[in-house]
Design a protein around this ligand. Structure first.
Ligand SMILES: [Fe+2]
Ligand SMILES: [Fe+2]
Length: 145
């Protein structure tokens, strides 16, 4: 089921919100791709996009956190690093799957992607990132760090 952006998901910062909207959009695209029979031809590019965009989003978010002296900066950065590690791990599985000469190769990629979506979007964007709200509320919405 697609994740639909709602105002309640806002962290009160335009740049971070915009990134989160785009990341949710990428996840919805991935989910749609997984429903197709030819998903293995689509997955590598979509997933690579997700990895690249997640990395650049984390860089922007951490820059904002540093500039506003966010107390949970280190803890939050570790969360980001573990998410990147998980995305990279799944990315490797996908590459292995795509490059395999065995047409019957079976990888639990779908389950991994959906589980990651839940963890990343629901747990991180909707929980951990929301801890920044009290501090972000004290700054202009267009604060970019
Ligand atoms: Fe974020
Ligand atoms: Fe974050």
């Amino acid at each position: 089921m697609p994740i639909v952006w709602r105002e309640q998901m806002s962290v009160q910062n335009d740049l971070i919100d915009q990134d989160h909207r785009y990341l949710i959009c990428l996840f919805n695209c991935l989910e749609l791709a997984l429903d197709r029979d030819d998903y293995l031809t689509l997955l590598p590019d979509f997933f690579q996009q997700l990895l690249d965009y997640t990395k650049s989003h984390f860089t922007r978010e951490e820059r904002i956190q540093l500039k506003m002296n966010y107390a949970k900066y280190m803890e939050h950065k570790q969360d980001h690093q573990s998410i990147i590690a998980e995305i990279e791990e799944i990315n490797q599985k996908i590459q292995k799957c795509v490059n395999s000469s065995d047409p019957n190769i079976d990888f639990p990629v779908n389950a991994d992607v959906l589980l990651l979506a839940r963890k990343w979007v629901i747990d991180h964007i909707l929980k951990a990132d929301r801890d920044m709200i009290p501090l972000l509320k004290t700054l202009p919405r267009n604060f970019q760090g």
